[in-house]
Design a binder for this molecule. Structure first.
Ligand SMILES: Cc1cc2nc3c(=O)[nH]c(=O)nc-3n(C[C@H](O)[C@H](O)[C@H](O)COP(=O)(O)O)c2cc1C
Length: 187
């Protein structure tokens, strides 16, 4: 199973980094799999700890993909990495093994602490739509525009029926990024 989390790491100078990552559940641990090049990978090799933030504010996912990476952070309990203040829950992890790869290394992690902060309030189709649209934005240079547009047309159905303010703001950032890419402005 893969859980869509926000992975927070810190470099050796203490600078925090936030990245949406699909974390693989493996035995009783986790595998983080960043595609090279990756700041998350660089940070994990320099400072082998990460926080997995379980967060329903999809603006953070969409924000990280559209140049909005400045989200409020707190210190973790047991490791030297930050926690997102908007996390409903978080798990602090340590890297126990690295399986190197030219394209996508695997960082095997074990949990050292979990904190619960706010209740999970149920599934929401607009949040799912924003996550899927954020993945499309992360693959803009690799996917044909016709496929992106047909997937967005489907995602928009559930989005329009169920979105709240946060989801609409996140969706708007992603649509702006797609529009800029189409106009040749990149991201
Ligand atoms: C829901 C979601 C899941 C993602 N999962 C991964 C992943 O597992 N590995 C990865 O390299 N990038 C993933 N991405 C894309 C990265 O978040 C994005 O490209 C990131 O900026 C690159 O990594 P870096 O910030 O560590 O340099 C994902 C994006 C989204 C929206």
């Amino acid at each position: 199973m893969i859980q869509e989390t926000l992975v927070t790491t810190q470099n050796s100078a203490g600078l925090a980094h936030i990245a949406p990552m699909g974390v693989h559940l493996h035995d009783d641990g986790f595998i983080i799999m960043p595609f090279r090049p990756s700041t998350t990978l660089d940070n994990l090799l320099a400072n082998p700890v990460a926080v997995l933030n379980y967060c329903d504010d999809v603006r953070v996912f969409a924000g990280c993909l559209t140049g909005r990476r400045d989200w409020p952070l707190l210190a973790a309990e047991k490791i030297n990495a930050p926690v997102l203040t908007c996390a409903l829950a978080h798990t602090e992890t340590e890297v126990v093994r690295v399986e190197d790869d030219a394209i996508r290394p695997k960082l095997f992690c074990k949990a050292v602490h979990t904190g619960n902060h706010a209740p999970f309030k149920g599934f929401n189709r607009a949040q799912f739509a924003v996550l899927e649209a954020a993945i499309l934005v992360s693959r803009l240079p690799m996917l044909p525009m016709a496929k992106i547009e047909s997937e967005l047309a489907y995602l928009r159905i559930g989005f329009e029926k169920t979105a709240g303010e946060r989801e609409r703001e996140a969706w708007g950032w992603l649509m702006d990024a797609i529009g800029a890419f189409k106009n040749g402005e990149g991201r």
